[in-house]
Structure formats: C-alpha cells, structure tokens
Ligand binder design. Structure first.
Ligand SMILES: O=P(O)(O)OC[C@H]1O[C@](O)(CO)[C@@H](O)[C@@H]1O
Length: 241
C-alpha cells in the first residue's frame, strides 16, 4: 500500500483528481469505479475543473459505481444516481450509455447483481476504483461481517451506517436500510485502487485498514492484499498511524 498523507481535504481531493485524470489521459477508454459520500465530493469538483480547462476528455470512459440504495427511485435526491449526476456526470462529457450504477429499483435482485458483475467483466474490468471508507471500515456498502461478501449483492445496512447517512435525510426513518453493493472480490479485481479519507473520525478505520489484521470485521483491511492501492489521507485521518 502506498500511503500519502496530505495537509487537508483540499490537497487530498487535488491529489486524487490528478491521479484519475492521468489515468484517463494515459488510457482514454479507461473503466473507472466511482464512490459516493462526502469524501469524494472535492475530487469530483477538481475533476470538473480539470475538464473545464480542456485537459482531459472523458468521452471514451466507462464508469461503474460501487453501490446504490435499494428501493429508492433514481430521481430521489438522495439516490446515488442523482448524486453522481449532480456532482460529476452532468458536468463532464461522459456518455450516458457508458454510466453504470446498480439499479436499486430492480425487480429481481439476483439478476441485477449478476448482470452488474457481467457488465464489469465485459467492459474489461475496472482500471481504477475510487473508494471512501466508513467509520466502521466499510468499503462500498460492505459492512463488517463474519465473512467477506464476494460479488455484487444486497446488503442490510448497519445501524451505524444508517445513523451516519441520516444526515442527508429529513428523518432516520427515511434512510433506506438496504443497498446493492459491489462485493469485496469485485473491488479487489480493480487494477488500481485509490482510497480517500479525511478527518479524525476516520483515523481508527484507517489504522485498522493499514495496520490491523485482515478480517471481514474491517472490510477495508482486505486491501492489504491488493498489489496497487494508494491511500490518500489528511493529517487527521492519519493521526493514529
Ligand atoms: O465519505 P463519507 O460520507 O464519510 O462516507 C464514507 C462511506 O460511507 C458511504 O457513504 C456509505 O455509508 C460510502 O459510500 C462511503 O465510502
């Protein structure tokens, strides 16, 4: 694992955006894996700035998002479809048909998960996967568990995650309790992984990810086994290392 400690959130975001932009410059038809949450918002802003300066062309990329809430319509302003559109996709020249996000409104979950995995494979696999991390060490929506869930699957969200995500909803009752998420194997098959974390609230998760035992109780700890991971964190998130 390469660990890059930067001063603050803005520097973390710039560093991550530069890595993603370089990936696309070097391989125009890159397959990019994107994440949601607060952490990558600055990275997406920086990527839009880079795009507006004409420094990178996204017209040949394909994208796959890590996860989507189950049973939340795409046009709900808390869906990850909506988030990605508002915070990145509508500002750059990615082709709509090249955007993939699990369909949380699907009728057949198993079929949706299978199709999502197949579409990733048919695209040649993910070249670069961006990740945030939950305070409990989750990546995507792979919550702490007794085993690593391999492929795209339906997840029952932890109480902690539901509480953390309630800040985006009017009340905790409105927070979806399930989601469709790439599995650990899906994430681990990405050729390159960039994990971001900012703030003291993530310090313990980062410590456990980098220095702790590899265990499904800290899903991100499996990244110790990946050959090409860059962890970009600010000083506060690095404070327990
Ligand atoms: O970046 P945030 O908002 O701290 O979220 C961390 C993690 O939690 C999630 O938002 C889901 O709970 C993930 O998508 C993200 O990686």
């Amino acid at each position: 694992m390469e660990i890059i400690v930067v001063d603050d959130y803005n520097k973390m975001s710039k560093r991550a955006a530069n890595i993603i932009a370089s990936q696309v410059v070097l391989k125009q038809n890159s397959v990019l894996g994107f994440a949601t949450g607060d952490t990558p918002l600055g990275t997406y802003k920086e990527l839009i700035n880079i795009y507006n300066k004409d420094d990178v062309d996204f017209s040949n990329i394909k994208t796959f998002n890590l996860d989507e809430y189950y049973n939340l319509p795409k046009d709900n302003d808390q869906s990850y479809n909506y988030y990605m559109s508002e915070n990145l996709f509508k500002h750059i020249n990615v082709k709509r048909e090249n955007i993939n996000i699990p369909n949380g409104m699907c009728e057949n979950i198993e079929e949706e998960c299978r199709n999502y995995e197949n579409t990733i494979k048919e695209s040649g696999g993910i070249d670069l996967q961006l990740l945030g991390i939950g305070r409990n060490g989750h990546i995507g929506f792979n919550e702490p568990d007794l085993k690593f869930e391999a492929t795209t699957h339906l997840v029952h969200l932890d109480e902690d995650t539901i509480k953390a995500n309630s800040r985006f909803f009017d009340s905790i009752e409105e927070v979806p309790t399930k989601a469709i998420s790439m599995g650990i194997k899906t994430i681990m098959q990405a050729k390159k992984i960039v994990l971001l974390a900012s703030g003291a609230g993530k310090a313990e998760a980062i410590y456990n990810t980098v220095k702790g035992p590899i265990t499904p109780k800290v899903p991100a700890s499996v990244l110790q086994l990946h050959p090409d991971v860059i962890i970009i964190i600010d000083k506060e998130a690095a404070s327990k290392l």
